[in-house]
Design a protein around this ligand. Sequence first.
Ligand SMILES: [Zn+2]
Ligand SMILES: [Zn+2]
Length: 271
Amino acid sequence: MIISDYHIHSDFSGDSVEKLEKIINRAKELELKEIAITDHMDLDIIDGKNGLNFILDLDTYIPKLQELKERHKKQLEIKIGMEFGIQKHLGKKAKEIIEKYPFDFIISSVHSVDRLLLDQNTFWEDKSRDEAHEKYFFEILKSIESYNNFCVQGHLDFITRYGALDKKGFIDYIKYSDIIDEIFKKLIVKNKGIEINTSGIRYMENRFYPSDKLIKRYFELGGEIITIGSDSHKASDIGKDFKRAYDFLQSIGVRYISSFDSMEASFKKIK
Ligand SMILES: [Zn+2]
Ligand SMILES: [Zn+2]
């Protein structure tokens, strides 16, 4: 039984054409209790993403979600969310934007470093794999220090998805264990969570983002807040591989996942 999906993109995101109505119908079909719509907002990127627009039109987006939230509230809780593409220099800007609107839930995701998107060659061409990974984790750490207006850190180690063939698909976790621990400790002190992003399975990496051992480490260090999200850009991916995520959490002794209202966490028991 899937409880909720906390990472869903609609056609408000530059890289999705899925209609919100179709997303809601699919969530009802799956008998989900809650969904969070988390469309992309990525500011200050050089070149953009193949010409796609990653600036979210909040003055249209928020009223639309408010209307749908009200209309469907008896059958499905719809959370007003956003996936904010954070960079370490954007904390102040992020705070201004997020505090202006009635968000339930914000995913903080590092999609770019030094204003370069991780899926573009320009970021990778002058770096070894390790240099790129080090920069990426450092950016996450510094961005967490730069603001408080988020709920969970998105797809923590998804950088394995990118880079040329000799650079993708592997992270030297031992090498980065100190900085990853620092990231978790910072999140925990700030009362922030992580997400289990199930898209890694669809991206043929056969794992969650972050990987099992990192999820386990977050809880070992005292973390308590976790959401599960499909990162779906089409309705048919909603709730995919959640059974595997619940089974994994239970296998490490985690019994609860988080829900968010007005950016405040509460807990739901995994059945
Ligand atoms: Zn993302
Ligand atoms: Zn996403």
